[in-house]
Design a binder for this molecule. Structure first.
Ligand SMILES: [Zn+2]
Length: 296
């Protein structure tokens, strides 16, 4: 029992310390998630100010500060809150002699570094695409994902406005992805993390960018705007464009849909008028069946 408390408290303190060392520049730039996230946000915001698509949209758009808060909440505060539980889970795994190696199908450490990063990135992106699609199709999961879809005006900070439960819902398939790789996270995985944060910020930015022919490879602000469309086509009532960083999964599996390039579409979902406005009330959203479902 004392083991368990020690692991829990130790990890919690360890993670808090890690966040603090990020803030105080004790962690090198290349791996400093706090200042990295801040830098990427400022750069994408400046791009919005310079190349804005929906010109009438205020640079400090609707819910800008709420979303800015969500960004740091989901990135850091939540990771502190949950780290102890994950440490306990790993401890449980170790006790039943089941470890990450038991499921491995690919042995990444035998590949050159660039291949390691590429396989890690593509595999995890696929599992996240699958999770995202599931969030739209399974009604109890959809209720949590509604927080993200309650965005009324799209801007970079909306990227990380999502219910804290999503941190847990994405975890099983992400873990499976890492298990297939034998528990192996490439040493340079932070390159992948910063790349995906940047693309994710751009996907939500007020920019009319599609990256030309690369739109079939990378998700982009135009494609993702339609993911947030209020009015869904008759044959796509569960939505479309579920990609995170890559768009290839949507093109491969027929879930891509970019009808025109009108930036002034209504965003949200049917029933979004019942979404609470405040952060603290949104924390509790999704746990009740009353929190509306998909169709009318
Ligand atoms: Zn979604």
């Amino acid at each position: 029992m004392t083991d368990i408390i020690e692991i829990f408290v130790g990890t919690l303190l360890g993670t808090s310390g890690w966040v603090w060392r990020n803030i105080t520049f004790d962690v090198p730039w290349s791996q400093n998630y706090f200042w990295g996230l801040t830098l990427v946000s400022v750069v994408v915001w400046l791009l919005e100010l310079r190349f804005g698509w929906r010109k009438q949209q205020n640079p400090i758009r609707h819910d800008f500060w709420l979303d800015a808060f969500y960004m740091y909440f989901n990135f850091f505060i939540f990771s502190i809150a949950i780290s102890g539980f994950y440490a306990l889970m790993n401890y449980g795994f170790a006790n039943v002699e089941l470890d990450m190696q038991s499921f491995s199908l690919l042995y990444l450490d035998e590949y050159p570094l660039i291949m390691q990063l590429l396989v890690f990135f593509v595999l995890l992106d696929f599992f996240q695409w699958l999770t995202h699609l599931t969030l739209h199709r399974v009604s109890w999961m959809w209720r949590f994902h509604q927080v993200h879809h309650s965005i009324q005006q799209m801007g970079f900070a909306g990227h990380l406005r999502y219910h804290w439960m999503e941190n847990l819902l994405y975890k099983p398939l992400k873990t499976l992805g890492v298990m297939i790789l034998g528990g192996f996270e490439p040493e340079q995985a932070f390159v992948v993390h910063f790349f995906t944060i940047t693309v994710g910020h751009l996907n939500h930015a007020n920019l009319k960018w599609t990256y030309g022919p690369l739109k079939y490879v990378f998700n982009n602000p135009v494609m993702h705007l339609y993911h947030h469309a209020y009015h869904l086509p008759k044959d796509r009532q569960y939505g479309m464009n579920f990609g995170l960083t890559l768009s290839i999964w949507d093109y491969l599996f027929g879930t891509a849909y970019v009808p025109d390039q009108n930036g002034n579409i209504k965003l949200g979902y049917k029933g979004d008028d019942t979404m609470p406005q405040s952060f603290f009330k949104q924390l509790g959203h999704g746990f009740s069946f009353k929190d509306s479902t998909h169709t009318d």
